[in-house]
Ligand binder design. Structure first.
Ligand SMILES: NC(=O)c1ccc[n+]([C@@H]2O[C@H](COP(=O)([O-])OP(=O)(O)OC[C@H]3O[C@@H](n4cnc5c(N)ncnc54)[C@H](OP(=O)(O)O)[C@@H]3O)[C@@H](O)[C@H]2O)c1
Length: 305
């Protein structure tokens, strides 16, 4: 028997479901009775065994077509990307396939079935000279990762599905599987008495993953299109963020050594004075980011840190 609520269930396809953001989107929507979820990622096995899961490689057009035309989602959230900024500099072909061809394939299929595509981009589309940035400032990426993400934004606009681009920065939160986020890396390192070198000259507003999920939810519910910045409440250097982590979790601050970005000799240049102004999201979506302290309280509780 078909119930009336089945008829109005929203179908949401979460792409990159095993990533840091993907896991938190799944965690949020799995409890929504009016949503039919499908998780898609590259690995054989999903992290969350309670949710229908399918392997999908966004860099392959046929793989995307198979999944999208079969599931016929109302909403596609693209949380998949090649996110290793330094690797992107030397593995340019792979980075382009995942970060640009992937969104292109999603945009083409979304346009055909009239699905709303929500795509995650980054403050790395900016050069970091005059941050924090609002949505309408002119991008000028300094590294290849940023160039691919800007190209993905342009591809969405050109292909033209119903779409929303969310720019965000430095994601952290209660990630239970896969690689640890920055906060857990700091906690683990300091608890193991390892010295860590942290840059004092990269400034931005780190984004709690569940705040970003809240932003995505509001965009879906309000059917908002265009570009939205979703970032944290507080702007600070990575060094000061690390001190806050150590303070809150009672860790040895003397192990945190200040360093300048140029001393790290990384392959990819980083935007330094960056960060994202979230006024548009706050006024148009009702987006409300949490204080860093509140986000640490939630992480401590959920991860038993
Ligand atoms: N992390 C940050 O600080 C940050 C900052 C600004 C913007 N963003 C953006 O936010 C989004 C989410 O980032 P994240 O940190 O959650 O990323 P993540 O943890 O690196 O996860 C990315 C996911 O994408 C999947 N993936 C990679 N290639 C794929 C392919 N060809 N087909 C399907 N799935 C593929 C990965 O699978 P595997 O694990 O199998 O590779 C992984 O599950 C990305 O668009 C990123 O650019 C992130």
């Amino acid at each position: 028997m078909i119930h009336s609520h089945d008829l109005i269930k929203k179908r949401i396809l979460v792409v990159g479901a095993n990533g840091m953001l993907g896991q938190r989107i799944i965690n949020f929507y799995k409890y929504h009775s009016n949503v039919e979820l499908l998780a898609a990622s590259l690995e054989e096995e999903p992290y969350d065994k309670d949710i229908p899961y399918i392997i999908m490689d966004i860099s392959k057009r046929d793989s995307v077509k198979d999944v999208v035309y079969d599931f016929f989602p109302d909403i596609i959230i693209n949380a998949a990307a090649y996110t290793n900024v330094d690797k992107c500099e030397k593995e340019r072909e792979i980075a382009w396939k995942i970060n640009v061809k992937g969104p292109e394939h999603l945009a083409e299929t979304a346009r055909i079935i009239d699905a709303h595509l929500i795509h995650i981009s980054t403050d790395y589309v900016f050069d970091g000279r005059t941050g924090p940035y609002s949505e309408d400032e002119k991008p000028r990426p300094v590294g290849y990762y940023g160039r691919t993400k800007l190209a993905s934004e342009n591809a969405l606009r050109l292909i033209g599905p119903v779409n929303t681009i969310i720019r965000t920065n430095v994601l952290y939160g209660p990630v239970k599987n896969g690689r640890p986020d920055f906060v857990r890396w700091v906690i683990d390192s300091l608890r193991n008495n390892q010295q860590i070198n942290i840059v004092t000259d990269q400034i931005n507003n780190p984004t709690f993953l569940d705040d970003l999920v809240q932003g995505i939810y509001r965009i879906i519910e309000q059917k908002k299109q265009g570009i939205f910045n979703i970032g944290g409440l507080e702007f600070l250097s990575r060094f000061d963020f690390t001190l806050k982590i150590a303070d809150f979790f009672g860790l040895d601050k003397s192990l945190i050594k200040p360093i300048k970005t140029c001393e790290l000799n990384q392959l990819a240049p980083r935007p330094l004075n960056s960060g994202l102004i979230t006024l548009k999201a706050e006024t148009q979506l009702g987006y409300k980011p949490h204080t860093i302290k509140d986000t640490f309280i939630q992480m401590k509780k959920e991860l038993k840190l």
